[in-house]
Design a protein around this ligand. Structure first.
Ligand SMILES: *Cc1c(COP(=O)(O)O)cnc(C)c1O
Length: 446
């Protein structure tokens, strides 16, 4: 099979898969999982046929996917792929561009610059901020926190790049008691030390309580969040950021999914967030681009560009070249699916997607209550946290739901007890899918 025939075959299989999203089991059954044994082959000494490799991948692989790209998936905060973004992604695969700099790919550099401008406008963040496109909120948070520490140390007269951490003034980090694990990971990898992290107390809803905020100074980083993973709650930014910055601290916001509320009628939840120093958000969650697509946004563009600079004699580039803004030196142009999604949705379309999911989450909460479940959060956003009458029933209902193959969401622990978590974040999820989920939840309760 020549290259074009092979790619046509791949496209045809991909299209068949996409066409079947609404009717597939959401989580693979035991037979499909057992079929994965087919991949347990020795590394071939002589190469095997490409067409047969594709066939194996589709026959055994497609069957064992989690259909998070379909309408019945409510796990984590995953989101599906918008057609406009998925289509752009397919063309990108043909281009196979390295998006490091203009010299590597004029089209990638141009479109990522446009996407950066649009993201700042959609999220209403300071327009001079640097926007680095990275593979995940985790990686982008790491970039922002590296810029934060380097900048705070420079203000103390310490050259972090030259002298590193040993002997440097200590940088104190304050995070929410409900901080996302990936922010802790970024802090750990950067060498802050998990035992040294200071946790700010949260109220009953999960927001940092401003009256209990630990003291901050000009050697402090404060990490806030827009969209707590269980509850969707937002920290009270207006009350926290102004005093933190007045004390000289750097404020970073993890807005992996919740920052997009700012692009909708729910923007008041984010009031004051624009005063922070840096923000992280994902496109692959609530904007519904394909993986892996996230952004590191930094008010002081030079701070990010200096911390993440990777210019070399053979590869120097502008300060806003993407290789100088996030971890990756070589990567696909992740900003292009963002550009395509924003171009296709427009400001109104983004707002409508966010608002619809939040309205659907309200409907989920009302339906669950009517079916006898206890809803544990205020449902300010797209996340519904709930439990059944007993811990045993909570676990049993979740397991039965997951085994049904008709929908999928995950469990969590909330205040030490098992709970269930529904996230409405897929453009494909219609109101009828919400009703089907509620019917199922009603039956499982019986
Ligand atoms: C998903 C998530 C992250 C991590 O994002 P990745 O893109 O998976 O690295 C961080 N914070 C919150 C609140 C999240 O929901």
């Amino acid at each position: 099979m020549d290259e074009l025939d092979l790619l046509r075959a791949a496209d045809a299989r991909g299209l068949n898969y996409t066409a079947s999203l609404a009717t597939r089991r959401v989580f693979p059954d035991a037979e499909a999982l057992a079929g994965l044994a087919a991949f347990d082959e020795p590394l071939p000494v002589e190469g095997l046929c490409a067409a047969q490799t594709l066939q194996l991948l589709d026959e055994r692989g497609s069957a064992a996917t989690v259909v998070s790209n379909g309408p019945h998936y409510f796990g984590f905060v995953i989101g599906a792929s918008l057609p406009a973004a998925a289509a752009a992604e397919r063309l990108l695969l043909a281009w196979d561009q390295c998006a490091s700099s203009f010299d590597n790919s004029p089209v990638a550099a141009t479109l990522e610059r446009t996407a950066a401008r649009w993201v700042l406008e959609a999220l209403d963040l300071p327009r001079d901020s640097a926007v680095g496109f990275g593979t995940s909120a985790t990686a982008c948070t790491l970039s922002c926190l590296a810029a934060a520490r380097r900048t705070l140390l420079a203000r103390q007269g310490w050259d972090f790049d030259r002298d590193g951490l040993i002997g440097a003034p200590e940088i104190k980090v304050v995070v929410s008691a409900l901080v996302h694990i990936t922010v802790k990971k970024a802090l750990r990898v950067l060498g802050f030390g998990t035992a040294k992290i200071i946790y700010a107390a949260v109220d009953a809803h999960g927001q940092i309580d401003p009256t209990q905020l630990p003291p901050l100074d000009d050697c402090s980083i404060l990490c806030l969040q827009a969209g707590e993973v269980n509850t969707g709650e937002f920290d009270p930014f207006a009350q926290l950021i102004a005093p933190a910055r007045a004390a000289g601290a750097w404020v970073h916001v993890d807005g992996a999914f919740g920052l997009w509320a700012r692009a909708s009628a729910l923007a008041p939840l984010t009031a004051g967030i624009e005063q922070a120093d840096s923000w992280t958000t994902d496109a692959h969650k609530w904007l519904n681009t394909p993986y892996d697509c996230a952004m590191a946004i930094c008010r002081d563009a030079d701070a990010l560009a200096s911390a993440m600079n990777s210019d070399a004699a053979y590869s120097s580039a502008s300060a806003d070249a993407q290789k100088n803004l996030t971890l990756e030196f070589s990567r696909r142009p992740r900003g292009i699916p963002v550009w395509a999604a924003l171009r296709n949705l427009g400001k109104h379309g983004v707002a409508q997607q966010i608002e619809r999911h939040c309205r659907q989450a309200q409907r989920v909460a009302a339906g669950l209550r009517a079916a006898g479940y206890e809803v544990l959060n205020r449902v300010v956003l797209n996340q519904v946290l709930f439990r059944a009458a007993s811990d045993e029933q909570t676990v049993a209902v979740r397991e039965a739901l997951q085994a049904s193959g008709q929908a999928w969401f995950g469990g969590t622990l909330w205040q030490g007890r098992p709970a269930m978590r529904i996230s409405v974040s897929s453009w494909r999820t219609g109101d009828e899918d919400i009703e089907a989920l509620l019917d199922l939840m009603g039956e499982l309760r019986k």
